[in-house]
Design a protein around this ligand. Sequence first.
Ligand SMILES: CCCCCCCCCCCCC/C=C/[C@@H](O)[C@H](COP(=O)(O)O)NC(=O)CCCCC
Ligand SMILES: Nc1ncnc2c1ncn2[C@@H]1O[C@H](COP(=O)(O)OP(=O)(O)O)[C@@H](O)[C@H]1O
Ligand SMILES: [Ca+2]
Length: 554
Amino acid sequence: MEKQPRLLCSELCVQRRPYEVTLNCAILAWKDVQIGQKHTGRAIYGTVKAGSHCVHVCEIIAVQEMEDDSPSKDTGKWQKVPQSPVDCQHTFTVFYIERRTRQHCWRCSNVTFHCPEQSLCLLWVQTIREQLGLLTNRPKRLLVYINPYGGKQRGKQIYDHKVAPIFSQATISTDVIVTERANHARDHLKTEADLKKYDGVVCVGGDGMFSEIMHGLVSRMQQDAGVDESSMEETLVPCGLRIGIIPAGSTDCVCYATVGSNDPVTSALHIVVGDSQPMDICSVHNEDSFLRYSVSLLGYGFYGDVLADSERKRWMGPARYDISGVKTFLSHRYYEGTVSFLPAEGSLGTPRDKMQCLSGCSICRQTSSDRPVSKDEDSVSDAESRDTWTVIRGKFLAINAASMSCACPRSPKGLSPSAHLADGTTDLILVRKCSRIDFLRHLLRHTNKDDQFDHSFVEVYRVKQFRFTPRHQECDSEVDLRENGAGGKRFLSQICREHRACGCMPSQSNWNCDGEILPHTAIQVRVHCQLITLFARGIEEQPVFEDPYTHCAI
Ligand SMILES: CCCCCCCCCCCCC/C=C/[C@@H](O)[C@H](COP(=O)(O)O)NC(=O)CCCCC
Ligand SMILES: Nc1ncnc2c1ncn2[C@@H]1O[C@H](COP(=O)(O)OP(=O)(O)O)[C@@H](O)[C@H]1O
Ligand SMILES: [Ca+2]
């Protein structure tokens, strides 16, 4: 680690013991002076370690000057009292992030330093605040939307008890809107919100609520820039405002896959420190009309049917997905159709390379440096003319496009464990018709360490665009081929639609688009690279080594 010049170094007390406290622009460290003296000249790391602590300045939440709360001997009232040099009355407390042993969970910890003089105390507070003021990526003003209806209906409670106190400690000011109906947040962002006032937007809820915020912001950006989002050819304008997710939903997959946990306090702390994680978005179209955006799962067949069934059981809360999951599994429906896709040929990874997208992922970083800067540089039609479409026709139990791993508490490694958050691709997973037992084996592998793609009936492709046409709609084009006359064409396609007996109309599923049902089955999808940014940093690797003196990861 590069040595930074010291800004401050003083002997201060922590819990009545003297510590050498130092601050440079990267690290605040405090070392027990007595332990240090006792072991001078002896390199006993374990002992030195016991009395040494450090925190990265970028992980300090706030610093506050505190009143000494020792009781007065005379009056019994609580007031400032000078006692021994160790019991100094001028104190300041540093609130900082502490990593918990539970995976990827962060907590707010604090340490109180006692100073011999008020001027020294003020100097410390002022210097730490100055250093925090240099961290310009931290948000100061946020617009917060709470869905009181998602998950276990605890969104408001979670925000009030766990998140608001952290924002207020970090002196982040907020405007809070508790939604009154579905799409309230989306519509407010799209048409009304004064976005110039904010450094970010926060949603408290599940994937559906996140989807509302994302739709509101992305649409607003396109409107303001005069971009027609209904056209698949358009290069969309990225969102300037970052989005924070406080998980309070049923699956919380977007939060889990970008932070590594579905813990509201951890998410609030990622917002406070101003983390940034770019993310791809798929636009989903039906012929000339734009349907929706998707960031996590676009699923037809199994996941579409689970969602459609679970919507009728919303009163059960998150458990609805388990009941509908079992019911859908038992129904074992398959669907016929054609999937066509443009493989992501220039991409650096593959869905089966076992390279997890982690914090600072080199593949996503490389993609961002390769990204075209001008609108005209790489339009969809250019890409189409260069690359060739692969066409697969068949009977499928599930067709899933995972633009990120889709890790969630139900499936800790996700639907596509090596998918990347910001590489401009989505992993297209085709699960062909197979026996119930084989499908069960495949599903169960989402919950353990085994490879869910290692089955003869499962294929996975990393793609930039794809299309799906269900069999009954292909029927029209087959008829088109057989019949040239317009009247005959209309007549025969009418027969195909109405007469199941002709075999052209097997049952249809729905698309599950990040937890919302799409109104169309024939869709065209394009991935837009790094269109939005979250207050997150991706999944952190657990530190392998730590500095034995400072406890900091190296
Ligand atoms: C019989 C054993 C089945 C085990 C299957 C485990 C596989 C779980 C993979 C889950 C991937 C989830 C992808 C995320 C989808 C969410 O966007 C969506 C909406 O979430 P929310 O708004 O928070 O409610 N959730 C779902 O579609 C639930 C899928 C659950 C499938 C069992
Ligand atoms: N005040 C509200 N009343 C009813 N529905 C709402 C409200 N606010 C948001 N919604 C909708 O609730 C749905 C579910 O929200 P979400 O937060 O994803 O919870 P869950 O994870 O349980 O599905 C979303 O489709 C969202 O549009
Ligand atoms: Ca991706």
